[in-house]
Design a protein around this ligand. Structure first.
Ligand code: GTP
Ligand code: MG
Length: 452
């Protein structure tokens, strides 16, 4: 190929969709793992990342992806919990993902988190494909292990293909209701204008070759320029999770979307009390095709280049926040980098007022999504923070003048035991849900009811 190796960044592919529609199973199939089976209650609780090299993609896609046609090193897949969409995944100026796969169960069709995922993709302008999953559950289906979709169709009875088609057209109709013009992917000429729908099964792998071919094609054709970055520059990333790791203390799971991070680099990370400045002690890389979230064996590496999922061990990370920016300082001025991180944190900070509700969320990204939704619903906010619900939050909420503001809205957070007691003894109402718009709806219903 014409481009030199290592100058192209690995595209970041977010996998989104409603709970149980098969996101983790799809990734398991692609990377040859069984993460889904090991999950408590078979539910994904945290965002994960897996680097899948180009060879693995082309092995899986067979004749549909010839590795010689591509300059991209592979794909970095981001798994998201269905109950959470991908509100954590932000970078300066928008979404962290370059492209996305929206997984929809063909039988279940559109569900609340499907719509939430589409809302976010629309807002961030992220191109995506729809994987219409679980086609093997179509009554009368004759499975064709690992086949491209056309070959699979040829092996079906007329009845079975008609059943599948009618489910697929329902999904295409739903997409159109959401304002996306869509069609079966083999009918799409211009993937920038139209959304391609790829029928797949994450269990039998039918259609997965097609899905990978569409993803590679999309990344290569429309985003190559975006991928041509200075991968040797100072690293920039987003914190996915803050985790205690034996022998390392508090560590960060990070998606590095730009540049390089090396051992001993000074980094600046967004924290609860402002930017944290510290030095990288160790860089722990999951093996290729491994999920950072469940990986037990990390390779200690000297340096990593974007896009990658990487665990960073460093002192003083206790107050780091999921969803916060992380920057490598290298030869730049430290104060400038701190200012940059501060500016990004401020961007997420919610406008608060003297009277309003208390909002708690699990990550900066979800806090931001909550703030946007509350603004649209014209609900004033007194305080908005990342973290579990603590006694202090109950105390703050109880200072509201209006009863309808003596409220805590919790998104994906726990109530600390002593806060539970305080709640019981106070007149503060708690609303919690793991779908943002449902949470706001519940609150609005409560306000309506009080007016009656
Ligand atoms: P969350 O992470 O909780 O949002 O769910 P998910 O979207 O990751 O779903 P997951 O991969 O955990 O799959 C949910 C269930 O659907 C599991 O029991 C899977 O075995 C099953 N499943 C996923 N894909 C398919 C498929 O293509 N066919 C069939 N028959 N079952 C599937
Ligand atoms: Mg999952």
């Amino acid at each position: 190929s014409a481009t030199e190796p290592n100058t192209l960044r690995t595209p970041i592919v977010a996998v989104l969709g409603h709970v149980d529609h098969g996101k983790t199973t799809l990734l398991d199939k692609i990377r040859g793992s069984a993460v889904s089976e090991g999950e408590a209650g078979a539910i994904t609780q945290h965002i994960g990342a897996t680097a899948v090299p180009l060879e693995t993609v082309s092995e899986m896609a067979g004749s549909l992806v010839d590795p010689d046609d591509f300059d991209l090193p592979g794909l970095l897949f981001i798994d998201t919990p269905g109950h959470h969409s991908f509100t954590t995944l932000r970078s300066r100026g928008g979404a962290l993902a370059d492209i996305a796969i929206v997984v929809v169960d063909v039988n279940d069709g559109f569900q609340p988190q499907t719509i939430e995922a589409l809302d976010i993709l629309r807002r961030t302008g992220t191109p995506f494909v729809v994987a219409a999953n679980k086609i093997d559950t179509t009554p009368g289906w004759n499975p064709q292990e690992g086949s491209p979709i056309q070959k699979t169709y040829d092996a079906q009875s007329q009845n079975a293909s008609q059943r599948l088609d009618s489910n697929l057209y329902e999904i295409i109709g739903n997409l159109s209701d959401e304002g996306f013009s869509a069609d079966l992917y083999w009918r799409v000429q211009n993937f920038q204008k139209n959304v391609g729908v790829v029928p797949i099964s994450a269990i039998t792998s039918e259609g997965i070759p097609d899905l990978l071919a569409v993803l590679m094609g999309l990344s290569q054709r429309y985003m190559k320029e975006q991928m041509e970055i200075d991968v040797s520059g100072p690293g920039a990333g987003t914190v996915l999770e803050v985790k205690d790791e034996r022998g390392f203390g508090t560590t960060l799971d990070v998606v590095l979307y730009d540049g390089t991070v090396s051992e001993d680099d000074t980094i600046v990370v967004g924290g609860m009390d402002g930017p944290i400045v510290t030095d990288v002690r160790a860089l722990l890389q999951p093996r290729p095709n491994a999920e950072i979230r469940t990986e037990k064996r990390f390779d200690k590496v000297e340096s990593v280049t974007a896009a990658s999922g990487i665990k960073i061990a460093a002192p003083d990370l206790e107050l780091a926040m999921a969803g916060a920016p992380i920057r490598v300082v290298r030869d730049r001025n430290l104060d400038e980098v701190i200012a940059e991180v501060e500016a990004e944190l401020a961007e997420i900070e919610v406008d608060t007022e003297e009277e309003g509700v208390v909002v708690k969320a699990d990550t900066l990204g979800s806090l931001e999504a909550m703030a946007n939704a509350l603004k649209e619903a014209e609900v004033p906010v007194l305080r908005a923070e990342v973290g579990d619900i603590a006694p202090r939050d109950v105390a703050v909420a109880s200072t509201a003048r209006e009863d309808e503001n003596k409220v805590i809205l919790g998104f994906n957070v726990d109530v600390l035991p002593n806060a539970k007691e305080e709640l019981e003894q106070s007149d503060v109402r708690l609303f919690d849900d793991d779908v943002i718009y449902q949470l706001i709806e519940e609150y609005e219903e409560f306000v309506e009811e009080r007016k009656r």
